[in-house]
Design a protein around this ligand. Sequence first.
Ligand code: SF4
Length: 282
Amino acid sequence: MKIIDKIISEDKLSAKVLQATDDNFVIETGVFDDGNTCHLCVSCQIGCPISCQMCYNGINKNYHRNLTKQEILDEIGNIIEQFELLKKYDYLCCSFMGVGEPMLNYDNVLAAIQELTERDERIYFALATTLPYSKDIVKLTEDFNNIRQFKLTISLHAPNDKKRKELIPSHSSFEELRKAMNYYKKHSIHKAEFNYVLLKKFNDSDEDFYELLEFLEDDDRLKISSYNPIEGGKFEKATDDRYLRLHRLLDKRNIHNSKFESVGDKIDVGCGQMAAKKLIRR
Ligand code: SF4
């Protein structure tokens, strides 16, 4: 794996790094500056087999294969070296939220995380999954209780089963999502949150929000993400007043919530925008 290109934003706070695998695929990684911490948005597959309708990879059906443990280590290691990240920042957060579904490449993702944890205690980790089956979450909980710093994000994105299936055709049911989250909350030493990307006229009405509130439990945490529209996609970003409406309803119920405004959309490295279109044989 070697770096072949870097696209740096005008404000120099985000970058997209392109790396070539030995079999000539190109993968993308996001790099984001957050003051003391640098965040890497790490890819774990070449393309993605999950057909999320709000994601560039999902609508372009571009899956080729899993990255190996060594490739994931190289993806991260090359960027740490090139940008001198561990010299410049106090902490580095490697989030498996780039291209690919980490639960479908679980062993390699876990092995890479275990090795990086040993290498430097300033590196910590996050993983986002769209496919949280409770049986897999039991194993994940046990494995990641041995990792110093970790956060799990479960992508919810819809207020009910029907809409989630429309958005993520190979989805796991709401019943599975609830079982997975509750097991994790009970047995993990780390935090978990649901992620809900606000999509205009799809999941941002009052009716949607009331349905979402019925699903959520008092000790859940919800990250409300703004959407980065993608080329060829059918969804639009919801307006700020819809975010405020959901935020207030959650506050009223005392459900922990936060807003996530993805940076890097100007260089196509915002959530759902990475890879695929650069994924060409060289
Ligand atoms: S959102 Fe994630 S899991 Fe869904 S298609 Fe995109 S890369 Fe795959």
